[in-house]
Structure formats: C-alpha cells, structure tokens
Design a protein. Structure first.
Length: 199
C-alpha cells in the first residue's frame, strides 16, 4: 500500500498541526545530538527532517522500499533502512528517543503491545517516546485508505494509553485532533498523540 501511495501520503499528512506540535514538544525535551529511531519513517517528512535539522542523529526504518528511497533523497542528513520493526534488533538503551507516528495500525494488537514494550527497553532511562495512532476500537477491519485497500487494527484512546503506560511510560502530553483527508467524501480522521517518558 505505501509503495503505491509514495509521496501522496506526505502531501496528505505532513502538514498536520498536531504532528508538528508533537515534534516541537519532543525537540524541547531532547539533549543536543540525541539518537532517535523513527519507526515507519515514510518519506522522512516531517519527522526525520525536523529532527535532523535540529542536529539529532536519526535512523528511520520502513517496510516500504519506495518510502525509504524517498526519505533517503529528501533527508540526506539521516540514515534510512528497509526493515520490519517487529523483527528489528533493538538493543537495550540504544536510543534517546523513539518516534512512532501512525505506524502500528497494520499490526495485530499483540504485536503492537510487544513492540511498545521492546521500544521501552531500547530507550535510555528517561528517554522519550513520541507516538500517535488512530484511536478506534477496531481489529482487522478492511478499509479504503487513499484509494488503497488495507486492514487496520487499533485501540480506543483509553486502551491505547493504558498499553503505553503499562510498558513503563509516563505520559507527559496527550492531544486529540481530527485531520481532514484529501477525499472530500471521507470523514475527518481522529488522531491521538502522546509524548511519553520512560520511567
């Protein structure tokens, strides 16, 4: 799906005010030159680009080779690799921050929970997690996303927040927003942003 969407995904989502506010708050809490993992980096914008421009060391991973190629060209100061984060080696304490913007929705609930726990271990004590999802109580539901068929699994806002705190995070900032999609016949997409500290 993301191979097919390519840069269209960036044009639809990269200008989200809530996403940029989440990044602004994350930057305010990072030490200079922090090591940041961008899970599901997409085209590299806005997340990796914002972090690299601020002087941080970013590794972006994505399962889509098209997205990895776009990110490599658009954010030359970052490092990008095609990888499935479910099997990616995440050494304990290897990152100061991890960003996970809307990249869990094609995973099962068990996979999402396990990954968030693995991310907690991959962060240094006090490390930051910036994470966002579509907060709906759905499991393996077929939807049309920007003209592409996809199956989606998520949690509602309260359950998702409980998953994150259950992995050892304290939520420092929470924000709910709705983003208008390019298709005028589609309803606004609900979004939940959390900025968390590994405690």
């Amino acid at each position: 799906m993301f191979d097919a969407l390519g840069a269209d995904y960036e044009r639809a989502f990269a200008h989200s005010p809530a996403h940029h506010e989440s990044l602004r708050r994350l930057l305010a809490e990072l030490a200079p030159g922090s090591r940041v993992l961008d899970v599901g980096c997409g085209t590299g914008r806005p997340t990796a680009r914002t972090l690299v421009d601020a002087g941080h060391r970013v590794l972006g991973v994505d399962v889509s080779p098209v997205m990895v190629d776009l990110a490599t060209r658009q954010v030359p100061g970052g490092s990008f690799a095609r990888a499935d984060v479910r099997t990616l080696d995440l050494a304990d304490g290897s990152y100061d921050a991890v960003c996970v913007y809307f990249s869990l929705l094609q995973m099962s609930r068990d996979e999402q929970v396990r990954l968030i726990h693995r991310i907690a271990r991959a962060l240094v004590p006090g490390g930051r997690l910036a994470i966002a999802t579509v907060p709906l109580d759905v499991e393996d539901v077929a939807v049309d996303f920007m003209g592409q068929p996809v199956r989606v699994t998520s949690f509602d806002a309260e359950a998702f927040t409980a998953v994150v705190t259950g992995a050892g995070f304290t939520v420092r900032w929470s924000h709910r927003a709705a983003l208008e999609l390019p298709d005028p016949n589609s309803p606004a997409e609900p979004h939940l942003f959390l900025l968390c500290e590994r405690t």
